[in-house]
Ligand binder design. Structure first.
Ligand code: AMP
Length: 381
């Protein structure tokens, strides 16, 4: 579903904030048009129409920060693979600059090729998708980040809810690094350099997308219609919970997570210890296990089996043992197939580098074209 929320909602911007930053631009443009005559105006408009075109249909980023969990697959990868199967060619980038906001650069490097292998083994097809590494176009990304950062205030960035949460929970303003503050601007640079049309985001990234849209609008208003506004492709609000019931499933809480690298025995052990619900009762944990079971099931008949067990549970029958067995079987099958594909993909050590080399050609071309236009309108060539 396409959507998004008004940019003032998340950042608490007032109308006056908006206008203070972008004074009298439209009037200035009008004045120029009337003095250079109608031919020039038509040419300019044609150029603007060209500039406003989207270059990339769908853009998504992955942070190379560790092994992926089944929640990462269901929440972030499966929607891309689904859209790809509907004929969309996604662009996928490994966001290593984003990763180093809270990880060592060496850690980001360690996981870079691995996450690409994961995405391909999970169904992203390099014949259809352009996959690249953000820092392979470091010059364009960081230059544009600097140029964009001028258009958002420190106060606005401090109001971004994800940063506020982080500062409340696991970092303090005195010690948090400044790159964390720039996280949404860096994301805006990736999206706008590629002139991406749709960006699939979970709830956690919505506020960041609003910064991107805000920056695009501010830039357009001040310097002419350069950026088509990216749309938020809100993926089904999916929140897989930790198997242990505390918070969401996350690689930072490994005990309650099923990793794509887990072997069959580990999966069985983790699911055996998972919390479910008393007969006849539904709760968030069980709903989340059902999402995992249905999301990873290979066949319709497996999904029907899950449904039948849940109906029996709702009518008060003691079937949670049976449910856990089925869930274990489904997860093990999914992981077995995934791990076999991944092993095949990584057998040739030159394969992933060659995928990235191909992908960055497209990203670099987009980035250079966009940045050239930006530099021209800024008269910063
Ligand atoms: P992270 O590994 O936490 O940076 O998550 C990367 C992406 O994976 C998120 O933006 C979500 O789209 C997805 N994701 C991670 N954890 C979950 C979860 N527990 N439930 C649903 N989706 C998730």
């Amino acid at each position: 579903m396409l959507g998004g929320i008004g940019n003032r909602t998340l950042l608490n911007l007032s109308k006056s904030d908006h206008f203070r930053i972008m004074p009298h631009n439209l009037d200035k443009n009008k004045k120029i048009y009337t003095t250079v005559g109608s031919l020039k105006k038509a040419q300019t408009q044609r150029k603007e129409v060209f500039a406003m075109r989207y270059k990339v249909e769908l853009l998504t980023g992955i942070r190379p920060t560790g092994d992926l969990t089944v929640a990462n697959y269901l929440g972030a990868v499966a929607p891309i693979v689904e859209l790809q199967s509907q004929g969309v060619s996604p662009m996928v980038f490994v966001a290593d600059f984003h990763a180093i906001t809270d990880n060592e650069p060496a850690t980001a490097r360690q996981y870079t090729h691995g996450v690409v292998a994961d995405y391909i083994a999970l169904g992203v097809n390099p014949q259809k998708a352009d996959v690249y590494l953000q820092s392979d176009i470091a010059g364009e990304v960081t230059t544009f980040t600097a140029l964009l950062a001028r258009h958002v205030s420190v106060a606005e960035l401090l109001r971004v809810p994800t940063l506020k949460d982080k500062l409340k929970n696991n970092a303090r303003p005195e010690t948090a690094n400044a790159l964390l503050l720039l996280y949404p601007v860096l994301m805006a640079a990736d999206i706008l350099l590629n002139r991406a049309k749709k960006v699939p985001v979970g709830e956690d990234q919505l506020a960041h997308m609003e910064v991107t849209r805000l920056l695009a609008r501010r830039f357009n208003k001040r310097y002419g219609e350069l950026f088509p506004i990216p749309k938020v492709l809100q993926v089904k609000s999916l929140r897989i919970l930790s198997l242990k019931g505390e918070g969401k499933m996350s690689k930072t809480n490994p005990g309650g997570a099923i990793f794509l690298t887990d072997d069959a025995k580990t999966v069985a052990k983790k699911i055996k210890a998972a919390e479910t619900a008393f007969e006849g009762v539904m709760n968030d944990k069980l709903e989340s296990h059902i999402l995992v079971a249905k999301g990873l099931a290979k066949t319709e008949s497996e999904r029907d089996e899950v449904e039948a067990i849940i109906q029996a549970h709702k009518s008060g029958k003691p079937v949670m043992g049976q449910f856990k067995q089925l869930l274990t079987h489904i997860v093990q099958n999914f992981l077995e197939e995934f791990q076999a594909k991944r092993a095949e993909i990584t057998r040739d050590p030159s394969y992933i580098p060659s995928v990235l080399e191909e992908g960055v050609k497209v990203a670099r071309k987009n980035a250079i074209e966009t940045l050239d236009e930006v530099r021209k309108v800024l008269r910063f060539t």
